[in-house]
Design a protein around this ligand. Structure first.
Ligand code: PEP
Ligand code: MN
Length: 407
């Protein structure tokens, strides 16, 4: 945090102390770097890395998300589950941006409102894993910023140098985003790997309290596996001025949801916090309403976003991690139903999509079956909707948005 330590004034010093305290808390899903000395050396280099995004852009996204929270705009977030260095090409990035743009056009027409587009891009290189060991008995792949997906023990050894490559790749991707002519697109990733996230912070005194602005992405979210209330990720996010997302799965109680909202949106700032529900299509209608009611009663204006992907993952008979398009749509329909009934705003969606013709999710108009999966199953982690399924999904969400408008 060189930008901080160079300054000695009290605000910066207090934030630096708070950061140290936050990062000393238990942190789930962190790699065990085999050579801690080398990891520290890399962290030192990262502190001199240049920002990927500007503070002005991040502030503008915050304003846009406030309009989403008030029901005046719709949030579309999407992209790869895991970006890879190998796929960090102009053609892959542009294809993903193009599918987001097509989805945004469909949604914008239906909603009659602006669509705020946030890509999972330019930094989505770290993955939480349910199991530390994969099916072959090797240490799990944790994203290109930690190790390699290649199935050998050497490739799976965490290598801190990869964090520098992640930063360099993110910078290149951001240049593509800026030059793609895809309209106003913000970038986001899961705030997971704390040795990476603690770099490129600057003091931001523009808000209700001094905070740290991350230059690594406009929007950062806390994942389902790292949202422990006593853990480092929540404490770190509290210190950031960037808009924050929080994934909430079926275990979250309404009381916990309110606790998250109090911690992460202490000043009641619309747009500050996005709650991303990922309950699964069978549970959303039952589990989401009491959470929405209790958070609404607390007076905080959050963005309600539906991730219809991560609660609907299963393994196909032929051994592929997949999702069925109907289950994805089922969770979205449930999410809209709940908000319609409670009179709250279904603010947006968070999806894993690829601009290419991949065969990773089942169903859709193309009727992808289990036997089709091997043909073009290319994801480094979770299955993504292909371009056709993504646009079809946007049309369905558009119908749900229009149905909402009708009396
Ligand atoms: C993800 O967004 O890729 C992810 C791992 O989601 P979750 O934390 O909701 O499981
Ligand atoms: Mn995923």
């Amino acid at each position: 945090m060189s930008r901080l330590s160079q300054r000695t004034y009290p605000v910066a010093r207090r934030l630096a102390e708070q950061l140290t305290a936050a990062l000393a808390l238990p942190a789930a899903q962190q790699p065990h770097w085999p050579d801690p000395v080398r990891a520290r050396a890399v962290a030192g280099l990262l502190h001199h890395a240049r920002p990927i995004v500007t503070r002005d852009e991040t502030a503008r996204l915050h304003d846009r998300l406030a309009t989403v929270a008030r029901g005046e705009a719709f949030l579309l977030q999407g992209g790869d589950c895991a970006e890879t260095f190998a796929d960090n090409t102009e053609s892959h990035l542009r294809a993903n941006l193009r599918v987001l743009q097509r989805m945004g056009e469909v949604l914008g027409r239906a909603a009659g409102r602006p669509v705020v587009t946030v890509a999972r891009m330019a930094g989505q290189y770290a993955k939480p894993r349910s199991r530390a060991v994969d099916a072959l008995g090797l240490p799990a792949y944790r994203g290109d910023s930690v190790n390699s997906a290649e199935p050998t023990p050497a490739a799976r050894r965490p290598d801190p140098h990869r964090m520098l490559r992640a930063h360099a790749n993110a910078a290149v991707a951001m240049d593509v985003v800026r030059g793609a002519g895809a309209g106003e697109v913000y970038v986001s990733h899961e705030m997971l790997l704390l040795d990476y996230e603690r770099a490129v912070l600057s003091v931001d005194t523009s808000g209700p309290e001094p905070r740290l602005s991350s230059g690594l992405a406009h929007f950062l979210w806390i994942g389902e596996r790292t949202r422990q209330l006593g853990g480092a990720h929540v404490a770190f996010a509290e210190l950031l001025s960037n808009p924050i997302g929080l994934k909430i799965g079926p275990d979250v109680t309404p009381e916990q949801a309110v606790e998250y909202v109090r911690r992460l949106d202490p000043h009641g700032t619309p747009g500050r916090l996005t709650l991303v529900s990922r309950m699964g299509h069978t549970l959303v209608r039952e589990l989401l309403p009491p959470i929405v009611e209790k958070v609404s009663a607390s007076g905080h204006e959050v963005v309600w976003q539906c991730d219809p992907m991560h609660g609907n993952t299963r393994t196909s008979a032929n051994g592929y991690k997949t999702r069925h398009f109907d289950h994805v749509l089922g969770e979205l329909a449930g999410f809209f139903e709940v908000h319609r009934r409670l009179g709250t705003h279904p603010g947006g969606i968070h999806v894993e999509v690829a601009g290419e013709d991949v065969t990773e999710c089942l169903g859709g108009a193309g009727g992808i079956t289990e036997t089709d999966l091997p043909a073009r199953y290319r994801t480094a982690c979770d299955p993504r909707l292909n371009a056709e399924q993504s646009v079809e999904l946007a049309h369905t969400v558009a119908e749900l948005l229009c149905a909402r408008e009708r009396p």
